[in-house]
Design a protein around this ligand. Structure first.
Ligand code: AMP
Length: 215
């Protein structure tokens, strides 16, 4: 099963990618996580990515596409692409990469969410710096403040989860990423999931639909 997940910031891409693994093991490829790792390790790519991420802009296509080609070249099993593609040019580049590797997509899952819900969700979002488990101070509080329930690691906030950057990330989403809805609809790959009540309430249903497509 080869999946793409996309949606507005805070729709629950990472949460879905992590939780769907209770049904099947996937390689989870998140461009946002890859960039954050480079930033933490202070690589040249990390320095470049920081300039864009802190402004809520997209990291240049060529850099991002090369990163994805490299990641996909290393795996041949089931995967979830989380946060890539993020515009039409990247989607076209991905079509080429997949063709080169002889891979066919199963579905492109669009996580649809009301913008008002999402801002509150983002400013309350935290994750474990060790295992990456996601938390939310309103809907999924850790048992002990700032400590991960799963591994005891420390919870942190993302640097780009502040109101100003969130606003820019939304503009970027609407201008650049939302056109993917039509792009994948035309390819017959689009599956839209309403996430206003959180992706976890929809997980069983999403899995059932994906499994039917995979037959
Ligand atoms: P995410 O973790 O998916 O919310 O991504 C965080 C930030 O990383 C985004 O706001 C972008 O600045 C950058 N980013 C992630 N994926 C991409 C992509 N496919 N193309 C360009 N920039 C990206």
């Amino acid at each position: 099963m080869q999946l793409i997940i996309f949606g507005a910031p805070g729709a629950g891409k990472g949460t879905m990618a992590q939780n769907i693994q209770k049904f099947k093991q996937f390689s989870h490829i998140s461009t946002g996580d890859l960039f954050r790792r480079h930033i933490k390790e202070k690589t040249d790519l990390g320095k470049l990515a920081t300039e864009y991420i802190e402004k809520g802009l997209l990291v240049p296509d060529k850099v991002t596409e090369d990163l994805i080609r490299h990641e996909l070249d290393m795996i041949r099993e089931d995967f979830i692409l989380d946060g890539f593609p993020r515009n039409i040019a990247q989607a076209e580049a991905l079509d080429e990469i997949l063709q080169d590797f002889g891979i066919k997509l199963t579905a492109c899952v669009h996580l649809d969410i009301d913008p008002e819900i999402v801002v509150e969700r983002l400013v309350n979002r935290m994750s474990c710096q060790d295992c990456g488990a996601p938390y939310n101070l309103i809907i999924k509080k850790p048992k002990v403040e700032n400590v991960c329930d799963e591994c005891g690691g420390q919870l942190t906030r993302r640097a780009d989860d502040n109101e100003e950057t969130i606003r820019h990330r939304f503009t970027t989403y609407h201008e650049e990423t939302a056109p993917l809805i039509d792009y994948y609809k035309k390819q017959g790959l689009l599956m839209t999931v309403n996430c206003n009540e959180g992706i976890l309430t929809k997980l069983d249903q999403v899995w059932e639909e994906l499994s039917a497509l995979d037959k």
